[in-house]
Write a protein that binds this ligand. Structure first.
Ligand code: KIV
Ligand code: ZN
Length: 498
């Protein structure tokens, strides 16, 4: 069976998702998990775009062994050199060069004629090839390019040494039949195409990114570019988990496989959502909370009699956990640690002990503790352990006709600090008190609260985005008390300032 290569671009195109922004350490954490997931290539960033992105790509290249580590570059010397510098420490470095080939991009964006584009593409491919044997080339907006011109560009860059040729549907304009046909036509009309792997990269503007990618696989593509949770520019990219599970579930149709350890899909999805602040829709295929919930009585009855009546995938095969209802206050430490391991966590003895303490406190407030609660506990614990300011207590006074007032107490490296402030609301007052303590000034760009599970005793998961002196920082925390979760989320953001 042919193996389809999975090229993950969560850290590059995914990070271009509106609202997503990742710190260097966050990117490294995701890259490490992508390795565990078993992706073939990680597009770690666009090194020329900022010194921060350059450093992040370099760090990943140094620390993540196994998968190909790729850096993106326009067809420009400074881009290619930055990408080379960033991926150089990788065990398997790749440079990904792109240049638009559609009439509309060449005329308006690049203001260059076909011949000039062809010459530039070859020049960029050759330059990248001087530094590394593994070069990918993308004729940007390929799906809207004139086919004859596209064939010429593809043939020329392969001749210049390109080993992967990516056919992006940059604006999500393609439809499955025609996109599959394009891949087939490239295979039939580019004489040296067998010297390169054909890759596909689809955007989701019409909701067709996954369908287009799969149609391309059916027509001979050997690599699929995709992102966790389908995040990416505008409406996003093809979702990795959907592509992989479609290929897996419909082996009979696709007759191919991937190297993905599907049991790691849910935990990877959760990590990316947590670190980017981009929520996973409840009904998201494969990894959404409702993906395996059967609401209708007829369906529930069917599943109880024979799972296959209404389930085409087993939840445990994507790391969903065998059941969502897990434990209560009487559950023991052993069952707790087994559960965490089933959810994909690899924790030290000390981390398990800490998480277990938090679990007992939560189980006192909440009758039933679910998998998602456990994830929140572990995430919270790993974050707070390294934070500079730790919440000790807070008090708020608010009500109709009362000016909201807050008193916040924290510990900074063991010493107690407190401040009082008033604000437009109780959360605003708390945030102002924290700013007094940390001597910072932030502007809240975004605030969202979502319950992790159902019921009035559910944990509230607060995600905020704050700008401090032009630096945008994400803060996140969960608690059964949403004001407390909001306070902890702000401290989390402030703590990231260092
Ligand atoms: O969508 C696109 O065309 C891209 C290229 C840089 C591959 O992201
Ligand atoms: Zn893209």
């Amino acid at each position: 069976m042919e193996k389809i290569k999975i090229f993950d671009t969560t850290l590059r195109d995914g990070e271009q998702s509106p609202g997503a922004s990742l710190e260097k350490q966050d990117k490294l954490e995701i890259a490490k998990q992508l390795k565990v997931l078993g992706v073939d290539a990680i597009e770690a960033g666009f090194p020329v775009s900022s010194p921060g992105d350059f450093e992040a790509v370099k760090l990943i290249a140094q620390k993540v062994r196994g998968p190909i580590i790729c850096g993106l570059a326009r067809c420009m010397e400074k881009d290619i050199k930055a990408a080379v510098g960033a991926v150089k420490p990788a065990q398997h470095p790749r440079i990904h060069v792109f240049l638009a080939t559609s009439k509309i991009h060449m005329k308006y964006k690049l203001q260059k004629a076909e011949d000039e584009i062809l010459r530039l593409a070859v020049w960029g491919a050759r330059l990248a090839r001087k530094f590394t044997a593994d070069v990918e080339f993308s004729p940007e907006d390929a799906s809207r390019s004139e086919k004859e011109f596209l064939y010429r560009v593809v043939e020329a860059v392969i001749k210049a040494g390109v080993t992967t040729i990516n056919i992006p549907d940059t604006v999500g304009y393609a439809v499955p039949g025609a996109y599959g046909e394009l891949i087939r036509d490239i295979r039939n009309n580019v004489p040296n195409i067998n010297k390169a792997v054909i890759s596909v990269h689809c955007h989701n503007d019409l909701g067709l990114a996954v369908a287009n990618s799969l149609s391309a696989v059916k027509n001979g593509a050997g690599q699929v570019e995709c992102t966790i949770n389908g995040i990416g520019e505008r409406a996003g990219n093809a979702s990795l988990e959907e592509i992989v599970m479609a290929i897996n579930t419909r082996k009979d149709y696709f007759n191919c496989m991937t190297g993905i350890n599907t049991k790691e899909l849910c935990i990877t999805s959760h990590l990316v959502s947590k670190l980017t602040g981009v929520m996973v829709p409840l009904n998201k295929a494969v990894v959404g909370i409702n993906a395996f919930s059967h609401e209708s009585g007829i369906h529930q009855d069917g599943v109880l009699k024979e799972r296959g009546t209404y389930e085409i995938m087993r939840p445990q095969d994507v790391g969903f956990g065998e059941t969502r209802l897990v434990m209560g206050k009487h559950s023991g430490r052993h069952a707790f640690s087994v559960r965490l391991a089933k959810l994909g966590y690899k924790l030290t003895e000390q981390q398990v002990n800490k998480a277990f303490e938090a679990f007992k406190l939560l189980a006192d407030k909440k009758k039933e503790v679910f998998d998602d609660d456990l994830r929140a506990i572990v995430d919270e614990g790993s974050r707070v352990a390294s934070e500079r300011y730790k919440l000790v207590s807070f008090q708020v006074t608010t009500g109709t006709g009362v000016e909201p007032e807050a008193l916040v107490r924290v510990k900074e490296k063991g010493s107690a600090k407190e401040a009082q402030a008033t604000g437009d609301g109780p959360i605003d007052a708390c945030y102002k008190a924290i700013e007094k303590i940390a001597k910072v000034k932030g502007k809240l760009l975004d605030y969202s609260v979502r319950s992790i599970t159902s019921g009035k005793d559910a944990l509230g998961d607060v995600t905020i985005k704050v700008v401090f002196n032009k630096r945008v920082v994400l803060g996140r925390a969960a608690d059964t008390d949403i004001v407390q979760a909001s306070v902890k989320a702000y401290l989390n953001a402030v703590n990231k300032l260092g």
